[in-house]
Design a protein. Structure first.
Length: 315
């Protein structure tokens, strides 16, 4: 009993002293992308709250799996964190049969920081001004309506797969190497339908190049206030959004996780952080460690079902 008490006391002292050196933040994608922008925005302020430098370390490869594996193997002391997106946390485990990590086993959730709703878009020549009109058009033309995506197994592929399941539509998937060529063909009419993150979707919609029929979040988006949600459009319970969050290696103490989570919460209350995040295309959506863990546990089966329905598997 005395030994246990001593260990508990030492752990508490270590947590009180944390952090006493720089923290490494691993991003599993190249510098300059949306995840990197999110990392830079938060770490600039987080350093002030924690009193230590935060070094962003890029480990791109295998859809974020290279970075995740690096963090998984790091000491569970709070000095290595991972910033990950929907793909890394909940899509990859269903997509890659030989994935070297398991999200809920090999990591401890620290904080969810943002949600990323998508817009459902159609080419201007599609005779539909509402989502219900698009559904009717697609049902009248089974197998003749194509949807583009940024690639197999990504969020822009799986959200339309979820939409297909919810509406029993026969839509044909056309994968591209990135969202830019997919958008080019949506505008040109080679594909008729697409799901894309709000900033890019809103820009093309406002320019009149494509038509936004609905957004996939529970509430309307400020960037597209006139565009209804999928739920408002008559598809009950359809809320599908991407998200960003921070995780630590499994075994990191609860005290250290709590300290990190509280620091993120402080940063997320800053008006300049929240407004800049919206400009970057992400909605501020903080969840603490426990709530984020429950959220992830609920998201895993939803995305696994979408991957299974799509028939996509990656080596």
């Amino acid at each position: 009993m005395a030994a246990a008490g001593l260990l508990g006391s030492l752990a508490a002292q270590a947590a009180d002293a944390f952090p006493s050196k720089p923290i490494r933040l691993v991003v599993g994608f190249p510098a300059g992308g949306p995840l990197d922008q999110h990392a830079r925005l938060l770490t600039d302020k987080l350093q002030g709250v924690l009193g230590q430098p935060i070094i962003v370390d890029y480990k791109p490869g295998a859809g974020g799996a290279v970075g995740a594996q690096d963090v998984m193997k790091s000491p569970a002391d709070g000095y290595t964190l991972m910033l990950a997106n929907t793909g890394v946390m909940v899509i990859n485990p269903a997509l890659y049969p030989k994935l070297p990590y398991a999200t809920l086993k090999d990591f401890v959730p620290v904080a969810r920081t943002a949600m990323q709703p998508l817009a459902l878009l159609v080419n201007n020549k599609v005779p539909a001004n509402t989502l219900q009109e698009f559904i009717a058009y697609s049902k009248a033309n089974p197998g003749k309506v194509n949807f583009g995506s940024a690639g197999n197994g990504g969020i822009s592929h799986l959200v339309p797969e979820m939409f297909k399941s919810a509406t029993a539509l026969d839509l044909v998937h056309i994968p591209y190497k990135g969202s830019a060529p997919a958008f080019t063909d949506l505008i040109g009419g080679q594909v008729q339908f697409m799901a894309e993150s709000i900033p890019q979707a809103a820009a093309y919609h406002k320019q009149g190049k494509v038509r936004a029929l609905a957004v996939t979040s529970k509430e309307r988006n400020p960037a597209l206030p006139e565009v209804p949600t999928v739920i408002e459009s008559g598809i009950k319970g359809f809320e599908v959004v991407g998200f960003y969050g921070f995780l630590a290696p499994a075994g990191t103490s609860k005290e250290v996780i709590a300290k990190l989570s509280n620091a993120f919460q402080q940063v997320m209350t800053l008006p300049e952080v929240r407004s800049r995040m919206v400009e970057q295309g992400a909605d501020p959506a903080f969840l603490g460690a426990d709530a984020f863990a429950k959220f992830l546990a609920g998201e895993m089966p939803r995305w696994a079902a979408a991957v299974k329905a799509s028939g996509t598997k990656m080596d």
